[in-house]
Design a protein around this ligand. Structure first.
Ligand code: THG
Length: 369
């Protein structure tokens, strides 16, 4: 099977697109109406760079929804059931955006850029429309836009060496999820300590989309002594680390308590926060499902699947495997499971893979590593 993607302004390209093509990208996914690289053709090498060296990722698809104006803070608070009064300028927090049922609509990083300016660095759903609708309905004085901002992630144990070589101590001394505005040869950036891996790293938020190739090449050059190479958000590492992928691990009914996001929810957040009533009720009544890991007995290495596996116990369906991965460090197939609350770590389950193959596995606590 070989096909191409028809060009269209609806399928947007990243400012790093040309650079990733030059560096040998072989596959993309679609995310926030934009193309995101998913492979450079050597999964083993890409994983090894992330775990042992350093890797650079085009994650421009992590679009920013900017809230700016006198009511920006008010809107940010209404949008998330995490109390924001201690979120200071220059810090980012992982938050949930929920609907009125308490269902997760997105799990962004919320950055406070200035007193009256916030960025929601979003996962793959249309937060721009949601935020505009909420602001309109609540008569808030705030401008909501998608600015020209595109993150490039530098991840791995040697990420600090690369960022140190580029920016010095001011960048490497940033605390977790802290950020600051900087520039590199005239390219305007926000440098943040963050990224969708547990290997440590930084994200350079490019603030001029015409400079994508320049930034990519500067990072590549600075990273050369440390073995940098292109990579992507890594399906194996993220499952090992138990990082959530909205829309993959969540469905149209998933609430934060089911997927280990309870620590980012404040039930004493203001009463006008969207979903807070539902979340209080869910907390009181208890959840029906929860997220666990699963270790597969199936030994043929998993690739990528576009559907969930079904989990069965005594012949009845009790949940689904929402993400499958071969773990090079554990040397086995693992997954993220959303299962009935009656199941717990240590339980043996039967599993039907997306292709119909029957196998089995054992549930376990997350993260794997
Ligand atoms: N970077 C930026 N924007 C993003 C992502 C990112 N937007 C979409 C998506 N990723 C948001 N989702 C996550 C999920 C988890 C984490 C970060 C972004 C994460 N979690 C840690 C954990 O779960 O252990 C720590 C969270 C904490 O303790 O605050 O890092 O990657 N710009």
């Amino acid at each position: 099977m070989s096909f191409t993607i028809s060009p269209s302004p609806r399928v947007r390209r990243s400012p790093f697109y040309e650079a990733t093509v030059a560096d040998g990208v072989v596959s993309f996914t679609s995310y926030n109406h934009m193309l995101m690289p998913t492979s450079y053709g050597d999964p083993g090498a890409e994983y090894d760079r992330l775990i042992n060296h350093v890797s650079m990722w085009d994650v421009a698809v992590e679009r920013q929804v900017q809230l700016k104006g006198p009511d920006a803070g008010k809107l940010a608070q209404v949008l998330t059931p995490r109390k924001l009064d201690k979120l200071t300028v220059g810090r980012g927090w992982y938050v949930a955006i929920c609907d009125h049922r308490g269902v997760i609509l997105n799990d962004p990083i919320l950055l406070r850029v200035s007193d009256d300016q916030y960025w929601l660095s979003i996962a793959d759903s249309d937060v721009l429309f949601w935020a505009r609708a909420v602001a309109g309905e609540r008569n808030l004085d705030v401008e909501i836009t998608e600015p020209d901002v595109s993150p490039l992630a530098i991840q791995g144990p040697k990420a600090a060496d690369v960022v140190g070589a580029l920016f010095g101590d001011t960048a490497t001394s940033l605390g977790h999820f802290a950020f600051r505005e900087m520039s590199l040869e005239g390219i305007p950036l926000v440098v943040a300590r963050s990224g969708w891996s547990k290997q440590g790293g930084y994200e350079l938020y490019l603030m001029d989309g015409s400079k994508g190739t320049d930034l990519w090449n500067l990072v590549k050059q600075a990273g050369e002594p440390f073995g940098i190479g292109p990579g992507t958000p890594n399906p194996s590492e993220r499952v090992e680390s138990g990082l959530l992928s909205w829309g993959g691990d969540t469905d149209d009914e998933t609430n934060p308590f089911e997927v280990r996001m309870e620590r980012y929810i404040d039930l004493d957040a203001p009463d006008d926060v969207i979903g807070i009533d539902a979340l209080r009720r869910i907390k009181r009544d208890g959840i029906k499902r929860h997220q666990l890991g699963v270790q597969f007995d199936y030994t043929e290495r998993f690739g990528l699947y576009d559907r969930a596996s079904q989990i069965l116990k005594d012949g009845s369906r009790v949940g689904a495997v929402t993400a499958h991965a071969w773990s090079p460090r554990l040397e086995r197939n693992i997954g993220l499971a959303l299962v009935d609350r009656s199941l717990t770590a240590g339980d043996a389950v039967d599993i039907t893979l997306p292709d119909g193959t029957n196998t089995s596995g054992t549930l376990c606590e997350l993260p794997f590593i």
